[in-house]
Structures are given as C-alpha cells and as structure tokens.
Design a protein around this ligand. Structure first.
Ligand code: O2Y
Ligand code: MN
Length: 580
C-alpha cells in the first residue's frame, strides 16, 4: 500500500530519508495486520500473553521504568511567537525545535520497521472528524492506535479525498529521558515525539492531535476541542440528555463516563459517548453537538473493580492491552484495588515484594476498544454527534468547592471553567496531592495561550441563543478526619439529575456569590447515609475561604497579562464584591 496523496507520499519519503528504517509498512488497520504484529511482539518479548482462559486475547506490555507517564516538562508548543503558546505551555521557536528534534530522529529507525498509520479522529463519515497520519517505529503504538482511533484504509481514503491531515512523527529513540521531547507545531499541523513509547507521549492521536493541535484548529474554525467526557443520561421514561464534563487527569472521568446507576435509581441508564475528549460544534439551529474523536479507552487500571467501575472491570477481561500491571501466578493481570488474586510479579517484571512499592504502577493502563464497553452509546458513532444540554467542570478539592453549583450565565461559566483547580495525582510525573490551577482541565493540553483560549470560549457564547448551562462539581470534599463527605461513584447520578433538572428550570437553587447551589431538598439524597451537617457543608460556601480562592485565581489570571480577557477580570471582580 502507498498513497495517491502527493503531500503524504513525499512526507513519508522525507521521514524515511531522515530516520533510515530497514522497512516501511503502511498500516491498513486489518485484523490480519494486528495479529501479525502481536505474534511479532510476543516473539521478541514486547508483549506477554495473559491467561487465555480468563483473559482471552489480552496482553501485557512493560514499558521502560523511566517511561511510565506523560512528560509535561518535555512537551513543547512551538509557535513563531512565544506569547502565542502562552505561560501555560513550554515554548521553543519552530526552527530551533525542528533542528533539535530532527538531530535526534537522524538514523533513529536503523534496524527497525517504520509504520505509517493513517487514522481518523471521530466517526469516519462525520464532517466534524479530522484525520492524521502517525509514523512510528513502535509496533506497540500501532496496535494501540488500532484500538484508540479509526486507523487504516478508510482513514487513508478520507485523507486522499480531503487532502489534509495532521502529521505525527514518533520514534521510541533509545528511551533516554535526556533525549525525550514531545513537540507541537500548530501552524504546520505537525507533531514530533521522540524518546518515549508510552501513552500520551506516543499515541499521537490522543493528547497531541485531538487536544493540543485540535484546540488550535478549533479556535481558528469556531469550535471547541476539549478534555471532556460525554455521557447520555436516560430517565425511566426513556428520555436521553447528554452532558460533557471536564476534569483534570485522574479525577475519575472514566468512572463517571461509565457510571452504573445505584439500586435506588431503577430505570435510569448512563450511556458512554466518550471518556476523555469532546469535539463540539454548533449546528445550524445553534445546538451545541459533541463527537468523541476516539474509538477506545486508555484508562488507569489501579482502583478498577466491580464497585468503582463494573463496566470497565468487565470490558477489560478480553481483547485488552495492559501496560505496567502486575501478574498473578496464573498470568492474570493484577493491580491495587482489583479486590482478588495475589500478585507474584510486579510491573517491572521482578518477583513482587511489597517493600519495593506497589505491584502495579499507579499509572498502569488498559487499552481497549470502546465497543467492548457494556454502556457504549450507539449514537457515539452518529456522524452528527449528540446534543449537549450541560457542560460540567470539576476538580479534586478536599475543601472550598461545594458538591455542585451552576454558573449564572455563559460568561460566568467561562470564569468557573477558567478557575478550575485540582489536587495532582500520578497520571503526570511530579508531586502528588498538590493543588494546581487547571483551567477547563486543559492545562497540559491547550495548544495555545490560555488568554486567547478563554477569549475563544467567550466568543463561542455569542454564537447561539440556546447555549448549554455550565456547572461545577466536586466529588472529593473531605471532612476534618480526611473522610470523603459524598459517596461518589453511582450516587453521582443524583447530582447529574439536579443538573439536568436545572437545565429544564425544574429544580430549586439558592443564589450565592459563586453561582446557584441546590437547596437541601432539591438534591435527592433519599436512602443515603448523609447527616444534615454534612449536607449543609456540601451545599454551602464559606465566603472567607472563597475570598482566598478568588485571590488565588486573580493572581493566576494576572500571569496572562494583557491576553487575559477583560470580561473575565470583570466577572471575577463581581464575584469578589458579592462575597462581601
Ligand atoms: O500517562 C499517560 O500518557 C496517560 S495520561 C491520560 C490517559 C488517558 C486519558 N487521560 C489522560 C490524562 O492525563 O488526562
Ligand atoms: Mn485525560
């Protein structure tokens, strides 16, 4: 296979001249191709076969122990002007960045095969979908891209029809962290990544294309590329409404996207459209519609069990690639929080010894096709996407943020999104448990200056008379003893119900300086073991704490200088005044 697209053909030749692979393989996305690659990786030890009886067609990959997470400090946005990347990104001038990384790509594929993966982000026939081509020397990346995107011949046909695609060049290099870079050239619709074989650094369709590059394109073209899950909520009368929700990494997005209604909610059903990324456009009627650009999930394994996420637990029992989990004696994958089995070999491949830390890496992952999710929404394949009633922002906050509140209007909602902060976890390298500002949960993923991004959000609010309502949730509020005050998981449906009722003007709320909070009666807590004082704390704000929060947001906003939209500063001032 090769291509009729001259631009693609010449880029592949140019990359081959630079990287000097032994062979070039054009990926067609077929089952036969996947099987050949799996056989090859089993033979060379890149993959290990897991228990065929209990985990049929499941494999374990152990990444290099120095390569187990995204690397924000090595991720660059390379715009001609530093200010266009903004203080939210690491920046390098495009010419310097190309020179630096091309020197590392020089000859890096000698002795290896170069795979050319045409892929489509989003349903293959959707006008909202966009294509890309990833060139990589990692067969592990190829089989993951098969699961995470619509990869192969159909994508290539669309590229040949449309003539445009995002270029992604990836090599594992020699996995030396000193020679690891993930560089984005938004104006050239190009990504270059070297030195990592892992997740968001190497599967370029995901964070690099569908967020960093797409956010840039979305601003130019008038749509939104967001770090959001998309779920359908069906009531017992069979009516379905959809919400999109942004949470910083590892705040339980996949769990919320696959929520199982509690027993008290007979007749309710949650449908997963997407668990990580939403591309949203206004249609001709001004309705915001969302597609999930991905075709699979690259989810965190530890903590997944029948209680936290039964859908995920069930869907990863077959046809799944595990990365960096431990194994039991009978070669079943094992992770902390799995609730049964005993690890014998840890994620590094050593005999498990608790003195060496967790058996599975805290950021160990499953890669699986979305079609295996028991709650997968058939309309996730609809080229028109799904209509969005509400946009929800959230963060992991032990204090300050109430369980849920509604923004006063779109402009205020942009302020709410821009003010998101969360306690860090293991998904990104660095300290754990520190509160960091993460506007719209896009801190690691916005491909341009946040000031311009917030302006774009504000401008989107001018585009329609029927905008979704905007909310903020916090499932992670803790009491003085460090216990979670809200039960979370399936019970979060109660909060989603209040949100949808508010969208229909059917639920009571009290107005506060930060937005509308449910009255105690408006949130259905029947059957929950929550005392009055706890509910009071969850559904109220402390003005003094919020004054401090506003001061923190103000200080953060000021780091964007004159790129900060005046409207955002005005709305923050208003909240400050209303707090007294
Ligand atoms: O460490 C990685 O590369 C994975 S990060 C990730 C993976 C899936 C979904 N979201 C995230 C994230 O960090 O937001
Ligand atoms: Mn994510």
């Amino acid at each position: 296979m090769t291509t009729q697209n001259a631009n693609l053909a010449s880029w592949v030749e140019e990359v081959a001249r630079l990287t000097k692979p032994d062979n070039i393989h054009w990926c067609d996305g077929s089952e036969a191709e996947r099987e050949r690659l799996i056989e090859m990786m089993l033979a060379d030890g890149t993959l290990l076969k897991l228990n065929e009886k209990t985990y049929p067609n499941c494999y374990l990959h152990r990444s290099n122990p120095n390569d187990v997470a995204r690397v924000e400090h090595l991720t660059f946005v390379c715009t001609p002007e530093r200010d266009d990347a903004g203080p939210n990104n690491h920046w390098m001038a495009p010419a310097d960045a190309h020179a630096k990384i091309d020197a590392l790509f020089d000859g890096c594929m000698k002795g290896r095969t170069m795979y050319v993966i045409p892929y489509c982000m989003g349903p293959i026939d959707s006008p909202y979908s966009r294509c890309g081509v990833e060139i990589t020397d990692s067969p592990y990346v190829v089989v993951n891209m098969h699961l995470m995107t619509r990869a192969g011949s159909d994508a290539l046909k669309r590229i040949e029809r449309e003539g445009t695609f995002v270029k992604g060049l990836h090599s594992i290099g020699d996995l030396d962290p000193e020679k690891r870079f993930i560089m984005h050239f938004p104006e050239e619709l190009t990504i270059k990544s070297i030195g990592s074989g892992y997740g968001g650094n190497a599967l370029l369709g995901k964070k690099c294309h569908a967020l960093r590059i797409a956010s840039w394109q979305a601003r130019q073209e008038g749509w939104l590329a967001e770090h959001m899950l998309i779920v359908g909520i069906e009531n017992p009368q069979g009516e379905k409404k959809y919400v999109a929700a942004a949470f910083p990494s590892a705040c339980g997005k996949t769990n919320l996207a696959m929520l199982i209604p509690p027993e008290s909610h007979e007749g309710w059903k949650i449908w997963t459209v997407g668990d990580d990324i939403a591309w949203m456009h206004f249609d001709e009627e001004g309705q915001l519609r969302a597609i999930n650009p991905e075709a699979g999930y690259f989810g965190v394994v530890p903590g997944t069990n029948r209680k936290t996420n039964k859908n995920a637990f069930d869907m990863i029992t077959h046809d799944t690639i595990f990365t960096n989990v431990a194994v039991t004696e009978d070669m079943e994958p094992w992770w902390e929080g799995r609730k049964n089995g005993t690890p014998v070999i840890d994620w590094k491949g050593n005999k498990y010894d608790p003195a060496n830390g967790p058996a599975a890496h805290p950021n160990s992952r499953f890669t699986v096709s979305a079609k295996q999710n028991p709650s997968y929404a058939p309309e996730a394949e609809d080229p028109r996407g799904v209509p969005i009633s509400a946009i929800i922002f959230g963060g992991r906050r032990a204090s300050v943020a109430p369980l849920v509140y509604q923004a006063k209007d779109w402009e205020h909602g942009v302020l709410v999104g821009a003010s998101v902060a969360s306690e860090t976890t293991a998904a990104a390298t660095g300290a754990v448990g520190v509160v960091r500002r993460d506007p719209m949960a896009m801190k690691p993923f916005c491909g341009y200056n946040f000031g311009d991004y917030w302006n774009h959000w504000l401008a989107m609010g001018q585009r329609s008379g029927k905008l979704p309502q905007i909310f903020h949730v916090n499932w992670f509020r803790q009491d003085a003893g460090g216990n979670f005050m809200w039960p979370g998981f399936g019970e979060n449906l109660r909060v989603l119900r209040w949100i949808l009722d508010r969208c229909e003007n059917r639920a009571a709320a009290q107005e506060t300086a930060i937005g509308y909070l449910p009255t105690k009666d408006a949130l259905d807590t029947s059957g929950l073991d929550i005392d009055d004082a706890t509910l009071e704390t969850l559904l109220s704000i402390d003005n003094e704490e919020w004054k401090t929060e506003v001061a923190g947001v103000r200080e953060y906003f000021e780091s964007f200088g004159d790129r900060l939209p005046a409207k955002l500063r005005e709305r923050l001032d208003q909240v400050d005044r209303d707090l007294g």
